[in-house]
Design a protein around this ligand. Structure first.
Ligand SMILES: *Cc1c(COP(=O)(O)O)cnc(C)c1O
Length: 474
């Protein structure tokens, strides 16, 4: 399968876009043609475990990786106890017609592990084939950095330099990153806020000589490897949700998904699953107070906000006001026309917005997308309510998903809410919601008490350049 840019031009094969990320013209990599999955194939996949299913789904895109190799990559990513649940992604009923899809069984207790664990394997494979090394440079405010570090720790051809803002992450998030002592993991703690960390990354990545000399790259949410790996759990969840139906009723049986969203990466994978033929009725997009995407899906006008206008909320991994993956959806919306897509992003740079209100009526009818916003008060009330009725402690992001999902439930249509993180990561908010501190389990306590290792720096690119110069793989 070949890949193209949303703004025109071809980009090569799957392993090429795995390493490269952004297209040279600023566009994003998308498959030249979306594969189709028919009902008979879905039914054949019913017998597979998560590892086998991942190999089938990712294999639709990764046609340049021999199937036996791909199966081995998926085995390493999802097997051998890396995920706490033997099913990798367990489903559980929480009442009111809602089912939680457990995406947070991985090493960092957030859904990003499902994509990152695969990307770590895939990158190492692609780099070995090309005889290259990669120094991943990134900035994190929490979940992405730890998932990336846990996916590349101990690898031979990848090192990671992850910038984080001093004192801005939860104690649990800090411990997950800073307690890693692998030689190829570099936690760089910057005396500044997240945006300043991101600016430093941007400046170094835009210095093309420096970037090339030090083999710098990224594992961020626009990487198509992550998007493709995430499609697997939409297929998996549909299969598990329909297992109990009489055989004759399974084909075409529709379910809906609710997705706590930030960069639009997770729900985009759901949109691809739907376009590929998985029977998905609605994709319910849930956002927090940073509700740029809810505004977009209600009005058809996309108006991203600046970093200063982005609020710090109690579902911090969704504090995004510029959804980097939205361009891939707009590309589909505009009939996969690279010229219209490029024009839309030109309009954005010229006017600060993209007006797609003429297409708005198609968001739900053609793409199944509806949306809603959840606030701090909603989040707390939702956590409290399900702790009482279902004895489950939702994490704040998942609570946003549940809150909005409740507004769109329909009788006869299972509503599958994606659990994007586990509650111990956000103990303060849980305590606020439940009115009492949640007991800390022994594993969490051990993690919080483990010795931490960081490189501390001022908000200045020169010491960062020197550090990378000294520690980067060559
Ligand atoms: C990253 C993240 C999200 C948002 O996912 P996107 O793919 O950026 O839309 C939601 N919840 C949690 C816990 C996350 O870590």
């Amino acid at each position: 399968m070949q890949f193209i840019s949303t703004r025109g031009g071809s980009l090569g094969t799957y392993t090429d876009v795995l390493i490269e990320g952004l297209a040279p013209n600023g566009g994003l990599a998308v498959p030249a043609e979306l594969p189709r999955i028919d009902a008979a194939e879905l039914d054949r996949w019913r017998e597979l475990d998560y590892i086998g299913l991942a190999s089938e789904v990712i294999g639709l895109f990764a046609t340049d990786i021999p199937r036996a190799d791909l199966a081995r990559l998926c085995e390493s990513a999802y097997g051998a106890g890396r995920f706490a649940s033997p099913e990798v992604v367990p489903l559980s009923d929480i009442g009111e017609g809602l089912t939680l899809v457990g995406l947070s069984e991985g090493p960092t207790l957030a859904f990003k592990d499902l994509a990152m664990q695969f990307l770590g394997e895939g990158l190492e494979y692609a780099l070995t084939k090309a005889d290259r090394v990669l120094n991943v440079l990134g900035a994190t405010s929490g979940d992405t950095g730890s998932a990336a570090e846990h996916a590349v720790r101990g690898r031979e051809r990848i090192a990671i330099f992850m910038l984080s803002p001093e004192g801005r992450m939860s104690p649990y998030q800090r411990a997950q990153m800073y307690s890693l002592h692998d030689e190829n993991v570099h936690n760089i703690v910057v005396d500044g806020v997240f945006d300043e960390c991101q600016d430093l990354v941007k400046r170094l990545s835009e210095d093309l000589d420096f970037k090339r000399a030090h083999h710098l790259g990224a594992m961020n949410s626009i990487n198509f490897g992550r998007i493709s790996a995430q499609i697997t759990y939409y297929v998996w969840a549909w299969l598990r949700a329909t297992d109990a139906l009489p055989e004759g009723e399974r084909a075409g049986f529709e379910v809906s998904f609710a997705v706590p969203s930030g960069n639009f990466g997770n729900i985009l994978s759901g949109q691809y699953a739907r376009l590929m033929g998985v029977p998905i009725r609605r994709l319910v997009l849930a956002v927090n107070e940073n509700n740029v995407l809810d505004d977009f899906f209600r009005t058809g006008v996309y108006r991203p906000r600046s970093a200063e206008q982005t609020l710090a909320t109690s579902s911090p991994s969704m504090d995004v006001s510029r959804a980097s993956n939205l361009e891939r959806f707009v590309f589909e919306l505009l009939g996969r026309d690279p010229e219209r897509t490029a024009a839309a992003w030109q309009e954005l740079s010229a006017t600060g917005q993209i007006d797609l209100s003429a297409e708005r009526h198609r968001f739900e009818s053609e793409f199944g997308i509806v949306s809603g916003t959840s606030t701090h008060a909603d989040r707390l009330a939702t956590i409290r309510s399900f702790a009482e009725t279902a004895s489950v402690v939702l994490d704040p992001h998942t609570a946003d998903g549940v809150k909005v999902a409740r507004e769109y439930t329909e009788s006869g249509v299972p509503m599958l809410v994606l659990e994007t993180a586990k509650s111990p990561k956000f103990a303060d908010t849980i305590t606020e919601a439940l009115g009492e501190a949640v007991p800390v389990d022994p594993a969490t306590r051990a993690l919080l008490e483990a010795q931490q290792r960081t490189a501390d720096m001022p908000n200045d690119e020169n010491p960062l350049r020197a550090y990378i110069g000294e520690h980067a793989l060559r």
